[in-house]
Design a protein around this ligand. Structure first.
Ligand code: ADP
Ligand code: MG
Length: 708
């Protein structure tokens, strides 16, 4: 945390003695009207100060014309006033001694330059008085744990707020309200939900910090469009992990299109998704791609123990539903359980031997023929099966589903009394036929899924949680003694290779010559066969331009290749400045890989590894980690690639030198790290990898450094 700002008082914001609602009214079609209504409706225990010039009272609560008129300074204020009134209202609050305000009003930095200027002014005004701001462009706070609602969403027209142990931070207010609403109807509650909008003052990590410490929260969900401070995000995630609180996240902007949408939405730069993914996996955050499934995984994590294994047992009312579920799990590589003998014996009480071994268990096939009563023993048998990690009940529409749900709840309760708190995930289709069944589950304190897809995503999320990389150990030290000294701008192949060589990354030998005769001489000092490449700041893709000649066997051939290349390029690229010809040794290899690095604006240098050449773009088979990485981590990167089998030895082909490649990746990552803040990009493509024990060599390289 930045030591310069005082810690954000989120816990104080959740327990204000008094709240001013600026623009409070009885008109619930207006934000101010709903803000006031929801605060009263959900039983806020402190004093409410409605600010309204035209009224004496609202719902028997005395109104005030100005914040300055209230008998004591309100601890919190919430406002949805028109944008042009925000600054004045903020000044009033700050001067009155308000500790924090929530600004619902939008059209600040979310709409461009002018809005951003106004936003900065508002923040400065608040900071002068030590007042904190949530928003603008947010929906505020819903805190069921504290009976505090500072939010105007229609999702709050409910009689009771379900209290759960899930804390949520969302950069989108509308999404927060939607998730809240859907969760609530499925029996899932929250401790606190924060919609943080433009994060003009308080940012996501302030709220994450709070949730990590919060005794009312066990699991944290975050909907993220852009992270403000990458290192701080990782640090708080690591603290959550140490505290045993899973952090689940969904990040918008995975695709270029999504990134553009996120930018215009809350004005935060969506950093590259891959770097974010790497940061999440290295700091123990489970990254998901569906916000509803994220909340449901959180619900499952707060309701049940974490599974210790991924084998899933299915229990269904229809053969069809079960078969489709089994397919979906199998597609994702999620295993289906094979029951232990005692489980089969227990199931044989109700099913014929073949059916008792089947996964899915089809209650329709029970000996009692369609009686829902078998549900209790069946689910109990599956939950207590030692070979099963998760029980999934995708229930299709059937007669008497209410009774079935009652039986399920009983079987689950019996298992839990016996000490098993394994996940039992129940899917009910959204139609009216399941209305009574849903109510029955809720009565027993059991949440349910509306569709199979979410339940499958939750099981996949469990797997991610189970297979998270352990906390990062020590990084070791740089392979180079002193920080490298690199010029600004694009470094050509020769200059880039010199830096790589200094870091012990194997590169082939060569030297630049100005003309054909000099090139022939250079070849004399090298071991053939040779390669000639044009050196030009204007030719990035040398082979595309005809600027690479391979397989030259003598000094004469090298000289001739230079003469021909000069003539050819003079024709095809008359504008290109040619600064020389790189004569180098030709290298053998079984497989072309690429190793790269770039500086991510949020997370710093990242290192990348993938299949080399044109396949990079075609296959998008790339592993990304934050730099630097150890050789062991580089080996994990290799193992995760789709081309890994080619390196490990595929169908009788010899295994390649994975150790040498991993070592090179680690060294490149250190170079990227040590090049410091001017470092922009680095590309070694290809790295030719030979058979195990024979090493690898980078034969082309580029580095881009920014100006001082
Ligand atoms: P560019 O990427 O600018 O087109 P490269 O230097 O990568 O140029 O050369 C193009 C291709 O030529 C490489 O992908 C590799 O297949 C081959 N190549 C280049 N240099 C060598 C070398 N020294 N030994 C073996 N093959 C090479
Ligand atoms: Mg290349």
């Amino acid at each position: 945390m930045n030591k310069m700002t005082r810690p954000a008082p989120v816990s104080e914001m959740l327990a204000p003695r008094s709240v001013a609602v600026i623009g409070a009214s009885e008109d619930q079609t207006k934000f101010g009207g709903r803000l006031f209504h929801m605060l009263v409706r959900h039983g806020f225990g402190g004093t409410i100060y409605p600010i309204n010039r035209k009224r004496e009272t609202l719902s028997d609560i005395p109104c005030f014309a100005r914040i300055g008129d209230t008998p004591s300074a309100p601890d919190m204020a919430v406002m949805a006033v028109p944008r042009d009134h925000v600054k004045a209202a903020v000044t009033e609050c700050a001067e009155a001694g308000t500790k924090a305000v929530i600004i619902i009003t939008a059209k600040f930095s979310d709409v461009g330059e002018e809005g951003a200027r106004l936003e900065a002014e508002v923040v400065e005004e608040a900071r002068r008085h030590g007042m904190r701001i949530i928003g603008p462009n947010c929906l505020g706070i819903i805190s069921p744990a504290n009976s505090l609602v500072l939010c105007a969403s229609p999702a709050l027209y409910v009689d009771e707020l379900l209290v759960g142990r899930i804390g949520m931070v969302s950069q989108s207010g509308a999404l927060m309200a939607t998730l809240f609403d859907r969760a609530q109807t499925r029996g899932v509650g929250f401790s606190h939900c924060f919609s943080i909008g433009n994060q003009a003052d308080m940012e996501m990590c302030d709220f994450l910090d709070f949730l990590v410490e919060d005794p009312a929260t066990d699991v944290i969900c975050a909907y993220i469009e852009g992270v403000k401070d990458g290192r701080r995000f990782m640090e708080v995630a690591e603290r959550a992990r140490a505290a045993g609180k899973p952090v689940l996240a969904v990040k918008a902007g995975r695709t270029d299109f999504g990134a553009a949408a996120a930018f215009s939405h809350t004005a935060s730069l969506a950093g590259s998704y891959e770097a974010f993914e790497a940061a999440c996996s290295q700091s123990g955050v489970v990254l998901m791609d569906d916000p509803d499934a994220m909340v449901m995984l959180a619900a499952a994590l707060t309701r049940f123990d974490r599974p210790e294994r991924m084998e899933t047992a299915l229990m269904t009312t229809s053969g069809g539903g079960g078969a489709i579920t089994a397919d979906r799990l199998t597609d994702l590589g999620l295993p289906l359980a094979t029951y232990a003998p005692q489980t089969v014996a227990a199931l044989e009480e109700h099913y014929l031997p073949d059916n008792a071994r089947a996964n899915p268990i089809d209650m329709g096939a029970a000996k009692a023929g369609g009686s829902m009563l078998v549900g209790e023993d069946s689910v109990h048998a599956l939950l207590t099966d030692p070979e099963t990690g998760v029980v999934l009940c995708p229930l299709t529409t059937a007669p008497d589903m209410r009774l079935l749900c009652e039986c399920l709840a009983k079987g689950l309760a019996r298992a839990e009394e016996g000490g098993t708190r394994k996940p039992c995930l129940v899917v009910l289709q959204p139609g009216q036929a399941a209305n009574k069944a849903r109510a029955e589950l809720l009565k027993h304190g059991l949440f349910f899924f509306d569709g199979l897809d979410e339940a499958i995503r939750v099981i996949d999320g469990y797997r991610k949680l189970l297979t998270l990389a352990p906390p990062r150990g020590a990084r070791g030290t740089s392979p180079a003694g002193a920080a490298p000294d690199a010029a600004s701008g694009a470094l050509d192949e020769a200059a880039a290779k010199q830096l790589l060589d200094g870091y012990g990354v194997p590169v082939n030998r060569g030297a630049v010559a100005q003309d054909a005769a000099a090139a022939g001489k250079v070849a004399g000092d090298l071991t053939g066969p040779f390669v000639v490449k044009v050196v030009s700041p204007d030719i990035v893709h040398k082979s595309d331009a005809g600027g690479v000649a391979l397989g030259l066997t003598s000094a004469e051939e090298v000289a001739q290749a230079v003469t021909e290349m000069a003539a050819r390029l003079g024709q095809s690229h008359p504008e290109a400045r040619i600064t020389g010809y790189l004569v180098q040794e030709m290298v053998e290899g079984e497989l072309e890989m690429f190793v790269g690095a770039r500086r991510d604006p949020l997370f710093g240098p990242v290192v990348m590894l993938g299949a080399g050449g044109v396949m990079v773009e075609l296959l998008k088979d790339v592993a990304v980690r934050l730099a630097p990485v150890t050789p062991d981590e580089a080996r994990e990167m290799i193992a995760g690639l789709r081309v890994a089998p080619l390196l490990e030895g595929f169908r009788g082909s010899a295994p390649l030198d994975i150790d040498a490649l991993a070592e090179a990746v680690s060294r490149v990552s250190w170079l990227a790290h040590d090049l410091g803040p001017r470092f922009a990009e680095l590309d070694v493509n290809p790295v030719l990898v030979r058979k195990a024990g024979e090493g690898c060599t980078g034969v082309d390289a580029r580095i881009l450094m920014e100006e001082e």
